[in-house]
Design a protein around this ligand. Structure first.
Ligand code: NAP
Length: 240
């Protein structure tokens, strides 16, 4: 039975990824900061959960003893645009630094730290899939887009480092995905309409769209796909 770890698996895309692996007979562990949210999702899906802050090196180190001894697939999904939880930056350089650190920590450092901690436990032929964002290629997303772009650059190195062990490392980069906590309930109908208008298939993404792509990249058949960014966005950005 494969061992799958999904960070940020308590809600949204991560919960759909966890559900997809669990439905196909894999053993899944979901992580996140909110114990109660994780407990509810884990109970519903029949998976395990471990609560810790993926962006805090001490917390990641302490969580190791509760994480599986062998990992076949690591899905670095934890993240989000931390600016949605903050007042806009003023002129104070400390505010600017803190808002950038928050997005870099949530989206880049969380993936780097969990991957570094679990790499010694990764099975040969294992898989690392990190959730990026269309924001890495678009405009107007500031520190969030920059953090997701850094995830792409880091993944290219990771693929080279772990390739000799048959481990692949890829980014799945979604466009708008509804039915998640990403927008903190503040995305307006107009906001959805504008984003859907930029797609070629006229629909928003669903968590299951992303989960299906992650499962494919984690499959044995995807063994020669590594160091790539796979765009799941209805054609809103063409990654050719
Ligand atoms: N929804 C979209 O339109 C969209 C588009 C492109 C990319 N994405 C990306 O998709 C991923 C999943 O987001 P989502 O849309 O499913 O939103 P979501 O429902 O807010 O899920 C994000 C999850 O990450 C966890 N998380 C955040 N920071 C964490 C940390 N420091 N340590 C541990 N867990 C952390 C959250 O749980 P806790 O708060 O309990 O920690 C939450 O369960 C994110 O990387 C996001 O950037 C989303």
């Amino acid at each position: 039975m494969r061992e799958i770890v999904v960070t940020g698996g308590g809600t949204g895309i991560g919960a759909a990824v966890a559900a997809a692996f669990a439905a196909h007979g894999d053993r899944v562990t979901i992580t996140g900061r909110r114990e109660q949210v994780l407990k509810e999702t884990a109970g519903r899906l029949g998976v395990s959960h471990v609560a810790f802050n993926a962006a805090n090196p001490v917390a990641v180190g302490e969580a190791l003893e509760r994480l599986p001894d062998r990992v076949d697939v690591l899905v670095n999904n934890a993240g989000g645009n931390t600016n949605l939880d903050r007042a806009p930056d003023g002129d104070d350089l400390m505010d600017v630094a803190e808002s950038w650190w928050a997005n870099l920590n949530a989206n880049l450092m969380s993936a780097v730290l969990v991957t570094s901690a679990l790499t010694p436990r990764l099975a040969d032929g294992g898989r690392i899939v990190t959730i990026g964002s269309i924001a890495a290629r678009g405009t107007g997303s500031g520190s969030y887009g920059a953090a997701k772009a850094a995830v792409e650059a880091w993944t290219a190195d990771l693929a080279a480092e772990l390739g000799p062990r048959g481990v692949t490392a890829n980014v799945v980069s979604p466009g708008l995905v509804v039915d998640t906590e990403f927008f903190r309930g503040r995305l307006t109908e107009e906001g959805v309409r504008r984003r859907v208008e930029s797609t070629r298939n006229g629909r928003p993404g669903a968590p299951d769209d992303v989960a299906a792509t992650v499962r494919f990249l984690a499959s044995p058949e995807a063994r020669h796909i590594t160091g790539q960014v796979v765009h799941v966005n209805g054609g809103a950005y063409l990654g050719r």
